[in-house]
Design a protein around this ligand. Structure first.
Ligand code: 0PR
Length: 365
């Protein structure tokens, strides 16, 4: 560390240079994050420095967090849902497994997840010492519920389904998983980190949320399709009692106990997440999702015309292809199976989709 502080000018010219090294969102086709909505950025600035870790000191900010949980619960068909704002899907998934393990109270716990699950489950199971049982997928890369059921035994503390898989944008058959969960009395978690703010705004949403009786908890991330500043995730549970295993006594705080993972927690992104949802409303979100889905469809049609076939027909705005080379300058990604993967986030405009198709056309001419 410097002995004597530097000038503001020197500091900010250095910072601006470093910021300039970041890739702009312009040609990023691989990310599930996006340019935050200006309203979210403004709200975040207003709440900068607030700490939800000691909510009694920031009752206004804590009230916004409660409203965010309320709005998301209502959207996901459970007005009474409880939970809190997390740092994202990883924290939500970790906390859910911790909760499910605590509720089950078995000696040698395991969890049944689809093979397509996000790697956050691997981290969570490692930390919590829970066995992972990956269930095979069907031809369309959705979890096979029959095969999942075969993996369940009396030590299974949680069954997991994904609503909007990270790599292929598929929604697992959550209704069938819900039936299994009810039948076997198992905790069912839906990882809707990505799809939770897409599926409700589709013209014909498939049921994936608390409308299904077996669904106990849901992860949903405003910092993905909710255009919120980072980090803003949410963990929702159907009943407050489910949170009990997470509760820790906090004798010297303004509250007697907490069930969050992190201690100090930023209020800024939480206010940002709430602000964007309030500002856009269902109508604004429908229009946002309509645009992203139309771009996904156009990208698939455009590349297929070039002889580059889709890997699957996605349920949400993730497009995947069997394809070799991609043009330089575009940030794309590859799935574990080697498919080209493009996420049509709100920052990916129709012009960019057309430019990418044209660049692919030149490359594969
Ligand atoms: N669950 C699902 C279904 C996800 O897709 C993700 C992240 C998570 C959980 C974990 O969420 P957090 O990363 O918020 O903890 N999916 C993206 C991915 O791994 C995250 C991402 C975003 C990666 C932007 C890269 C990037 O540039 O692809």
């Amino acid at each position: 560390m410097r002995e004597k502080g530097c000038s503001r000018e020197e500091l900010f010219s250095f910072l601006a240079r470093k910021r300039g090294e970041d890739l702009g969102y312009g040609r990023i086709l691989s990310s599930m994050c996006t340019r935050p909505h200006p309203v979210g950025v403004e709200a975040e600035a207003l709440f900068a420095g607030t700490n939800l870790g000691d909510p009694g000191l920031f009752p206004g900010t804590a009230g916004i967090e409660r409203l965010l949980v309320e709005r998301l619960g209502e959207l996901l068909h459970c007005r009474e849902a409880c939970g809190y704002a997390t740092s994202g899907g990883t924290e939500s998934n970790l906390q859910v497994l911790r909760m499910a393990r605590g509720l089950a109270g078995v000696r040698d716990p395991n969890v049944v997840i689809p093979e397509s699950a996000h790697f956050s489950f691997e981290k969570a199971c490692d930390i919590l010492n829970i066995g992972i049982r990956p269930a095979p997928l069907d031809r369309n890369l959705r979890m096979d519920p029959g095969k999942a059921e075969e993996l369940i035994d009396r030590n299974t503390v949680c069954l997991v389904g994904i609503a909007g898989t990270t790599e292929y944008g598929m929604v697992d058959p959550i209704r069938a998983l819900s039936d299994i969960a009810v039948d076997r009395g198992i905790f069912l978690h839906v990882d809707a980190a990505f799809g939770g703010l897409v599926i409700p705004f589709l013209p014909e949403p498939v049921p994936f949320d608390f409308s299904l009786p077996g669904v106990s908890s849901i992860s949903v991330d405003p910092h993905k399709m909710g255009m919120s500043p980072i980090p803003a995730g949410a963990l929702l549970v159907r009943e407050e009692r489910m949170l009990a295993p997470l509760s820790v006594a906090t004798p010297y705080l303004t509250v007697r106990n907490v069930y969050t993972l992190t201690g100090t927690r930023p209020g800024g992104p939480v206010a940002g997440a709430f602000a964007v949802l309030e500002y856009l409303g269902r109508e604004g979100m429908r229009s946002l999702v309509r645009g992203c889905m139309a771009n996904t469809a156009r990208l698939i049609a455009g590349l297929e015309t070039l002889g580059i076939p889709r890997a699957v027909s996605p349920d949400v705005n993730v497009a995947t292809f069997t394809c070799g080379e991609t043009p330089p300058g575009w940030q794309v990604s590859r799935t574990r199976l080697g498919h080209l993967r493009i996420v049509c986030m709100p920052h990916v405009s129709r012009d960019q989709v057309e430019a990418f198709i044209a660049a692919m056309g030149e490359l594969h001419a």
